[in-house]
Design a binder for this molecule. Structure first.
Ligand SMILES: Nc1ncnc2c1ncn2[C@@H]1O[C@H](COP(=O)(O)OP(=O)(O)OP(=O)(O)O)[C@@H](O)[C@H]1O
Length: 461
């Protein structure tokens, strides 16, 4: 082993210990180190990956390399290339990992007769507009997009299944269809099918009525890529879950890619069989969060541009500041202002925008009450509303109460003492401590950050 190879092994061991299993497997394991002049080149799968490594991990890598060479840091270059390592199967929070078979889909894996109809959007049911090019990226979907691009590059190999979850209208369908479209573009022979879970349920019912399960199985088990949207619709549908279980096993065993979306983290979908939720954690589970302000502005500008409309950035900021719940509503607001501008044949000023969005803004400005926040949080965590006022300190009650306090501070104009008063007469320092704790947890605990995002979305919609 050369000194550089030894150095990279040392970096891997250091980073694994520092970052923990999940981050290490997603971001560091796929890197391939090559000698580059008198330093190291790290090959990454794509540009987004490269940027993420540069922003988040390059400092740590340099630190580890420098420790290996007693303070001399070798030059470390990042470059995009195809020589990337297959990522290891990923363990998601608190779940077991099983080894995944790793075989790429051969380009001609589908028998000839099936090809005739496969190479068009009618058979795939993909929307050709949902591509990576039209998907705006920000903090809220960066990780999900990077994972999606990897899956699209190597379907059936990297993460199987890929499970994407997030609130309503945040771009889950867009993202997974972007994978489908890219796979289709690269390999028109691949047999791809996008299906909404409700339609899959209907297909199971139809197969049942017509005693056509063999045909049903033949079709679904022969796919190269199955994209199934909003799987929470399987809840309470036992026969559907059973059929999907068989399809899942058949596809994964044959190294075919499965991509699933849901509005919730798999283990939180009550009423889904354990054998399914445990299989969902075989691959990678990624969240899409509500977009931050800058991302909402970027989405508006991009969508307006596609409509050949030059949107003034003040107007874009105004819309983005006022429509915060989800991207679908943002799009709705944009359509409305564009229609207004075209209809009145006036330039789209801030005043005209306010006029066009008057009723939406009035609805959005309605006050969110502390009572509403307490009820929403209590329902979400399945505790009693009375616990918001109680002195109980057990974690399963104290944490939701802290989250409710932080949400109250964020969503209302109430002062710290007033918030304390509304939560059982607590001192303002307790509220401050709750806000800081929740803030910290949002930085470091992905699951809690997601739950906070969902609650924000529920309260604002
Ligand atoms: N990051 C983004 N960039 C560009 N457009 C986006 C983005 N996120 C969402 N959209 C757009 O917002 C709309 C809603 O997105 P989509 O249907 O994918 O959401 P969803 O999360 O699947 O919603 P649901 O939970 O209702 O199924 C689509 O028109 C989509 O193109």
């Amino acid at each position: 082993m050369s000194a550089l190879e030894n150095c990279w092994s040392h970096c891997l061991a250091t980073l694994e210990a520092r970052l923990g299993a999940d981050q290490f497997r997603i971001w560091i394991r796929p890197l391939v180190a090559e000698a580059h002049g008198d330093g190291l080149a790290l090959v990454v799968p794509n540009q987004i990956f490269l940027q993420f490594i540069r922003d988040r991990y390059l400092g740590l890598i340099e630190e580890a390399a420098s420790a290996f060479f007693d303070g001399e840091t070798p030059a470390i270059h990042l470059k995009v290339g195809s020589a990337v390592r297959k990522p290891a199967p990923v363990r998601t929070a608190g779940t077991a990992t099983s080894a995944q078979p790793a075989q790429p889909i051969p380009p001609n894996a589908v028998p000839k007769p099936a090809l005739a109809g496969a190479a068009n959007h009618e058979t795939t049911r993909l929307n050709p507009n949902f591509t990576f090019e039209t998907l705006v990226t920000g903090k809220a979907n960066q990780l999900a997009r990077a994972a999606a691009e990897q899956v699209a590059e190597n379907p059936g190999v990297s993460y199987n299944p890929l499970f994407v979850y997030g609130g309503v209208g945040l771009g889950k369908t867009h993202l997974i269809q972007a994978i489908g479209n890219l796979v289709h573009q690269r390999n028109p022979a691949a047999k791809i099918r996008y299906i909404h879970a409700e339609k899959y349920v209907a297909d199971v019912v139809r197969a049942y009525q017509h005693k056509a399960f063999d045909e049903f199985k033949r079709y679904y088990h022969s796919l190269d890529l199955l994209l199934i949207d909003d799987i929470q619709f399987f809840v309470g549908k036992d026969k559907t879950q059973e059929e999907f279980f068989y399809a899942f096993n058949a596809l994964v065993e044959a190294h075919k890619q499965i991509i699933i979306t849901s509005d919730r983290y798999p283990k939180e979908i009550d009423g889904l069989q354990e054998r399914l939720t445990s299989r969902f954690s075989w691959g990678l589970t990624v969240a899409i969060e509500p977009p931050e302000l800058e991302m909402r502005v970027a989405i508006l500008l991009k969508k307006a541009e596609r409509e050949n409309f030059k949107l003034d950035s003040t107007v874009a900021f105004f819309i983005a500041k006022n429509i915060r719940s989800n991207v679908r509503e943002l799009e709705g607001a944009l359509k409305r202002v564009l229609a207004y501008a075209r209809f009145t044949n006036q330039p789209l000023t801030l005043e005209a925008t306010k006029e066009a969005l008057r009723d939406i803004l009035a609805a959005g400005n309605r006050q969110i009450s502390v009572e509403n926040i307490q009820k929403t949080v209590a329902d979400f965590y399945k505790i009693k509303i009375a616990d918001m006022h109680s002195k109980k300190r057990t974690r399963d009650i104290a944490r939701p109460r802290q989250i409710a306090m932080a949400l109250t501070k964020e969503l209302t104009q109430m002062s710290l003492p007033a918030v304390g008063e509304a939560f059982g007469g607590r001192d303002h320092t307790t509220v401050l401590h709750a806000c800081r704790t929740v803030d910290d947890l949002r930085q470091n605990d992905t699951e809690l950050a997601h739950q906070y995002g969902v609650l924000l979305q529920m309260l604002r919609s």
